[in-house]
Design a protein around this ligand. Sequence first.
Ligand code: PEP
Length: 260
Amino acid sequence: MRKNIVAGNWKMNLNLEEAKSLAGELKAKLDQLKTGLVGDNRSIPEVILFPPYVYVTRILDLFPNYQGLSVGAQNCHHEDHGAFTGEVSAHMIRSVGATHVIIGHSERRSQFGEVDLLLAEKVKQALKHGLTPVFCCGEMLPERENGNHFQVVADQLQKGLFWLDKAQLGRVVVAYEPVWAIGTGVTATPAQAQEMHAYIRQLLSDTYGEAIAQQTSLLYGGSCNAKNAAELFSQPDVDGGLIGGASLKADDFFRIIQSF
Ligand code: PEP
C-alpha cells in the first residue's frame, strides 16, 4: 500500500534557533500523538522536513532514530562533486543522514532556470546516492486557462522521470504543485487536485504498470493549510501534501499531519 506523507518545505526561512524550536515543538506534538496523549494515532502519515541545507544536520540531531520522521534537502546539484562553488551534491546530503530531496520545485524551475533535462540528471544523482526524490510538477495559470495543464504535467513527468526503470521509479514520490497555487492563498479545489492526481496515476500505470502506479505516493502542494488539508487528503488519489507556508508554524503543520 502506498504511504500517506506530509512534507514541510521551509524554503529560505527561519534562523537556526527558530528552526530548532519549530522542529522541537513538532517533535513534542508527534510524541503525544504517537503515545495516544492527543488525537487519533491510527493514521499518522510519514512526516518529512525539508529545512535549508545548513540546518539539515541540526534538525536530524533532534530526531535520532525517530520512526516515521525523515529529513531531506530542498535541492541538490546534478554532479557528484567538483568545482561548483556554492553547490551541494546528493552524495553530501546522503552522507549527513538525510533521506529525501525535493527536485523540480517550481521556484527552482522559474527562478533558477532549471529545465527538465537538468532535473532528470538531479533525479539520477538522488537515486544513485540512495535519496528519495520528491519530484515536483505543475502548470502555470495561463497553461491551465488554455486547457494545457494535463499536457504540461505529462511533459514534465516524461522528461524528468519516465526514463527511469521500474525499480527506480518505485523509489520516487511525486508532488503535483500547480504554480498558481504556490504561496498565493489560492488552493486547487479538491476536485481539481483529484482530477490531476488521477491523471498522473493513469500515466504511471500506462508507463510502468498498475502495481507501480498504485504504490507511488502523490502529494498535493499549493496553499494547503490546516483548514483545507482534510478535504484535499480525502480524495482517493491524494496521498498527502507538500506544504510551504503552513509548515512554518508547528500548530498548523501538526493539524495538517492529523488531517487523514
Ligand atoms: C511549496 O512551495 O511547495 C508550497 C506548496 O508552498 P505553499 O504551501 O506556501 O503554497
